[in-house]
Each structure stands twice: as C-alpha cells, then as structure tokens.
Design a protein around this ligand. Structure first.
Ligand code: PLP
Length: 397
C-alpha cells in the first residue's frame, strides 16, 4: 500500500529550516522561519514563563485529561486579552472559547467547524498569506479564494484591489483577516481601512475569521487588537483564532485559542457543542502545560507585569533592527530604497528580494530567507547586520 506514494513537496518554510541546520558555514544567518530571536540569536524562554513553570511544578497535582474545550480560566483570560478587560462584549455570554494546540489547531477547528456545520463553502485568504492557510482550509474541504493584498511596486497594501476582490465574494463566504503583523508582508490596514472592511463585510454578509497570531508584537497588546475590536462593535458573528506561540515564546507548547462569537447565548451553546464534537473527533482534548503557563501569568499581576515588559523588549528589539537594517543598507550604498521596512509591523517584512536573489543569498552568502522574499527581522543582530547588508547589496546590484 505504501510503495507507490509520491513524496510530498517540502514545506516552503520548514524545509528551509532543515537546509539551514545542515549548512556548516559558521557565519550563516537565518531570516527564514518565523521565530523570535534575541540579540544573541537565541530563542529564549521568557522569565515570566520560567517563573510560572516553577509555580506549576510545585502546585500541579494531576495529569488527568482536560475537558474538550480546556481550562475555563484560560478561556476567560484569552477573551480579556483579545477584547480588552472592560469590553462589554465579555458580558454578553455570546463568546465561547476553546483552548487549542497552537494557533494552527484553532484554525483547523475553525475550518472543520465551518465546513461541517455552517453553509460556508468558500474562504477568502489574502494573497500573499501564511502558506499553511491554504493547506488547512483545503484539508477541511473549503474552497480557498484569494484577495489581492500587496502592491509590490510601492511595498504597500493594495487596499483598492482588496476591496474590489471582496466585492465579488458572495453572502456566507468567510474572509480570513490577519489581526495584526500580517504574515508575510508586515503591512496592516489602518483603522480607517479596518472600518471600511468591516462595513463592506457587514453589507455583503461575509463572515470574519481573524487569525491573530502576533498580538503584542506590532504596536502593543491593545493597539494590535484595534481591527478586531472595531469589527466586534458591529459584527454579531465572527471567529478568532489566536496563538500564544509568539507573544509568550511558547512555540513548542502548542497554546492557542478558538473563539466563537454568536448573536445570542442560545446559538452560542448549540454551535459550541458542535465545535466540541469537531475537537473530540480530532485531538480529543488539548495539551495542558502551555495553557497553564499562560493562565498563571495572565491571572497574576506581578507575572503579568514581567511578561508585558518582556514583550515590550521583543517589540522594541524588532523595531531597532528594522531601523538599523534600513540605515546600514543606506550607509553601505544600496541603490534601492528600503525605508518601507520601517513602516511594517511585527517580525516579518516583504523585502522585495526576488527568488533568484534569495537563492544567491543562500548559496553564496549562507543567508536564509523565504523564496517569496519574506525576511524575519528578528533574525538580525547588531553583529550580523554589516555582513547581511553587504550581501544584500551584492545580490541586488
Ligand atoms: N497564523 C499565522 C499567520 C502564523 O504566522 C502562524 C505561525 O507562524 C500561525 C497562525 C500558527 O501559529 P502556531 O505556531 O501557534 O500554530
């Protein structure tokens, strides 16, 4: 049965990580996979996380299964983080949250739930987007359509094209929106643009699905949620898939959340019972450790303050590297103007490098970026900046 199975194509991002690992050149630079790295190129465990783990080690009394939807305290903390502590939406009883294995788990639950229990047949995903969006929604049986997002000449959001594409969506279609720090472009809508998108989607009865994987890595925990919170004021129904992989550095602990907003509490109970059925048939119930860490930190004022400070440092380091990158390229005589990189949000930038230039960077200079030209700013350090910029100037000449 297994003899004639052809090999699957390598994942464009994870495949790159394997190549990087096997590269023996000592001065290699990894701007590929979307993982935060500190000034020394290390992906650290946050101090707040270590402290929470110490508490858990002492207080945990059982490894019993969790319920299908996970911890209630985690769900509550997740909702407060998404919508802001005083938001009246938290009192409506129209929100239901399930703890999921990472943001990917939340997206897959959303995809299965939509495909199996709603009339949705099609989901609109930005072009470009995180490549796994296509895999997840196709695997659940939804048709994936794309809306234009990026204007390569100006390195900006092509908002008119985005609106035009969404005008051709049909009532009941789902639209996937990156809550902040759009992956891969780093370009987010302005508040006015969020408003226009919200109005268009209300008028056309399109269901918003927010993929919110980077809250706190752009402008701040609240600022990054402005689009979602604006939608939440007027949309009765929507879904949020959020992740703690990046903002808590809990990549391998798989902590995420699926949040369903319904028009009434009754509709919420029924629909969420189907979400739980979807989870039961998928991974049965979520893993505990990552979610326990997040819950411990978010419910403890001292730990939360430490975490927020650490997250601020992450954000500031990324912003510093953006500025240093643009400045060093200029100083070293880059012909192209890279100043647009300073206007982008979060870990990623669409650098404008072509596939050929990315290949040359890898082969000749041991610098790894995604073929699309996406670079992870967090892979930059003050030490590797000179060599990085000289190499980029070399291949773009
Ligand atoms: N959504 C986007 C846009 C992402 O970039 C990622 C991770 O890279 C995810 C979702 C998934 O996050 P997680 O690692 O929590 O599954």
């Amino acid at each position: 049965m297994f003899e004639s199975i052809p090999a699957a194509p390598a994942d464009p991002i994870l495949g790159l990580a394997d190549l990087y690992k096997s590269d023996l050149r000592p001065n290699k630079i990894n701007l590929g996979i979307g993982v935060y790295k500190n000034e020394t190129g290390h992906t650290p465990v946050m101090v707040s996380v270590k402290k929470a783990e110490q508490q858990l080690l002492e207080t945990e009394t059982s490894k019993n299964y969790l319920s299908i939807e996970g911890y209630t305290a985690y769900a509550q903390a997740s909702q407060r983080l998404l919508f802001g502590a005083g938001n009246p939406i938290l009192e409506t009883q129209c929100l239901n949250t399930a703890q999921t294995p990472g943001g990917t788990g939340a997206l897959r639950v959303a995809a299965d739930f939509l495909a199996q229990h709603t009339t949705a047949k099609r989901i609109w995903v930005s072009n470009p987007s995180w490549p796994n969006h296509h895999n997840i929604f196709t695997a659940s049986g939804l048709d994936v359509a794309t809306y234009t997002y990026y204007q390569p000449e100006t390195h900006t959001l092509d908002f008119t094209a985005m609106l035009n594409a969404l005008e051709s969506a049909e009532a009941g279609d789902v639209v996937l929106l990156h809550g902040c720090c759009h992956n891969p472009t780093g370009i987010d809508p302005t508040l006015e643009q969020w408003q226009q998108l919200s109005e268009l989607m209300l008028r056309k009865s399109l269901l918003p699905l927010f993929d919110f994987a980077y809250q706190g890595l752009g402008q701040g925990l609240d600022d990054d949620a402005q689009g979602l919170r604006l939608f939440a004021q007027s949309h009765q129904e929507f879904i949020v898939c959020s992740s703690y992989s990046k903002n808590f550095g809990l990549y391998n602990e798989r902590a995420g959340a699926f949040t369903l907003k319904t028009t009434t509490p009754q509709a919420g109970s029924a629909a969420f019972s189907q979400v739980k059925a979807v989870i039961r048939a998928n991974y049965s119930n979520p893993p505990s450790h990552g979610a326990s860490i997040v819950t411990t930190i978010l419910h403890d004022d001292t730990l939360r303050a430490i975490w927020e400070q650490e997250l601020l440092e992450v954000r500031q380091r990324i912003q510093r590297m953006r500025q240093l990158f643009v400045q060093t390229l200029q100083e070293k005589g880059a012909i192209q103007d890279f100043s647009f990189i300073n206007k982008q949000n979060g870990m990623f930038s669409y650098s404008g490098l072509t596939k050929e230039q990315v290949t040359r960077l890898r082969e000749e200079f041991a610098i790894y970026a995604v073929a699309s030209g996406r670079i992870n700013i967090a892979g930059m350090t003050p030490e590797n900046m000179s060599r990085l910029c000289e190499s980029i100037i070399n291949v773009t000449r």
